[in-house]
Design a protein around this ligand. Sequence first.
Ligand SMILES: N[C@@H](CCC(=O)N[C@@H](CS)C(=O)NCC(=O)O)C(=O)O
Length: 211
Amino acid sequence: MELHGYFRSSASYRVRIALNLKGLHYDYHPVNLLKSEQREPAYRSLNPQGLVPAVIEAGHVFTQSLAILEWLEEQHPEPALLPRDPLTRAHVRALSYNIACDIQPLQNLRVLKYLQSELAASEEQKIDWIRHWIDGGFQALEVQLKQGPAPFAGGDTPGMFECCLMPQIYNAERFGMDMERYPHLARIAGNCATLPAFERARPENQPDSTL
Ligand SMILES: N[C@@H](CCC(=O)N[C@@H](CS)C(=O)NCC(=O)O)C(=O)O
């Protein structure tokens, strides 16, 4: 298994957590987003979107982090990233998509670059933009998570939602957001932080964090 990603990329970070939770070994191939390597032909031959991550398994290339998680789940079912009960499964997927489809894309590098270079947004306006969209998404998640005191969104074990949550919190904190405003998310994050699979996946623990 190969993972092509970038240490700070939240979509790559999701996949790293999932691979670690499932105990799957992988070779890491850094793609430096600051040097625009994601747009070079060599990487676009893996993902024509020019976005990380991409995973290669058994000669097949997989893109889109949540599609990769679903693939891993089907190929390597244990330990599961999704709960068995269909209703809880749907709930966990909806929470995950909130982050992956509706929060993170608005802070993607290419979006932020466009804001600044084409729409002349200042650094301060860019940071306001980032915080605004994370805050709206996190507030909705707080309401959706109110129901249960379970340690993780899907029950007793972490899964797809936690793979999305920890990278999004990493981004929120990078931009100065205070997680005390989101107690349910902070509680789940605290539970994840005690687990080696999450610790090993942290951006600062990746080989390209020091390049
Ligand atoms: N929906 C995609 C998003 C991938 C994505 O946005 N990747 C970012 C890093 S987190 C990227 O490669 N950005 C490069 C750019 O914006 O040029 C997924 O989940 O895999």
